[in-house]
Write a protein that binds this ligand. Structure first.
Ligand code: OAD
Length: 255
């Protein structure tokens, strides 16, 4: 069987599981935004190769040298502001609109699910369009003007921080509670474009599986889950695979 025939066969299996599902949810990672031109983290040429996480993504590194971290974020924010959703993001919004998907839990901070029209989005790692004061909690959008002088300061005098979860920080209580409840309750989970190496996000598919949900992985490569947890691995790009799922489940193509 060639890879395209194998994908067709796996798609049939995934569609059968999703047709039966009453509470399907998606967990997404950097891979879904790769086709929007945003580099993933751990692949060759990925973000962590240029910006090692221990130097750029820990809270202690931020406290030690906020100017250095903000200089990276100034560049990253401009890139994220210029990026647009791709067919994969739109397909998930279409599935939600059709009542086939309850929510998207995303590890991404790029806002592209919302831009594509997804309504219920749980942002597990925050949102890079915003910055927040660690002193008083005030939040405001990250704009070019706001970053003319870095690090940006809050009117209370404290330094603002990108509103994303850095290593050594914890996930927000609200995001954790909502994601856990969705993972506990769902009967099918689409796990899309994540290497599933970062916890606690990587525990969500385990929770879902433990509670009887089917796990459908969409990834160009196998992951640590593929042979252990996953029921169906759709090996392909999210921007190609997800529109095929959406077309079949929303009746545009009944095959
Ligand atoms: P990774 O970079 O670890 O993994 C990206 C995954 O996407 C890999 O498994 C790729 O095979 C897959 N992939 C790449 N292109 C794809 C495509 N077009 N379609 C489908 N799959 C594709 O990124 P994440 O798993 O999202 O957290 O990383 C998780 C967290 O690690 C991030 O949220 C970030 C990082 O540390 C924080 O910064 C807190």
């Amino acid at each position: 069987m060639n890879p395209s025939e194998r994908l067709d066969e796996q798609l049939d299996a995934a569609i059968a599981l999703l047709r039966r599902a009453e509470h399907a949810v998606a967990v997404t990672g950097a891979g879904i935004s790769a086709e929007s031109g945003i580099p993933t983290f751990r692949e060759s040429g990925g973000f962590w190769e240029k910006y090692p996480p221990e130097q750029y993504a820990t809270y202690s590194a931020f406290l030690k040298n906020p100017k250095k971290i903000w200089s990276m974020w100034r560049e990253r924010s401009a890139m994220l502001r210029d990026s647009e959703p791709n067919a994969g993001h739109y397909a998930l919004a279409q599935l939600e609109e059709a009542g086939r998907l309850e929510a998207v839990i995303t590890q991404n901070v790029d806002n592209l699910h919302q831009d594509a029209g997804s309504k219920r989005v749980v942002e597990f790692h925050g949102n890079a369009r915003w910055m927040r004061c660690k002193g008083c909690g005030h939040a405001e959008p990250i704009t070019e003007e706001a970053l003319e002088r870095i690090p940006p300061k809050c009117s209370c005098g404290a330094i603002m921080k990108p509103d994303v979860v850095m290593f050594e920080e914890w996930i927000s209580d609200d995001a954790l509670a909502e994601a856990s409840s969705l993972a506990n309750r769902c009967d099918a989970m689409l796990v899309i474009g994540t290497s599933a190496q970062v916890y606690p996000a990587a525990s969500l598919p385990r929770t879902a599986k433990h509670n009887g949900a089917s796990i459908i992985e969409v990834n160009i490569e196998p992951t640590g889950f593929t042979d252990t947890l996953t029921d169906v691995h759709l090996q392909g790009a999210a921007g190609e695979v997800l529109p095929r799922i959406a077309a079949r489940l929303t009746g545009e193509n009944g095959t």
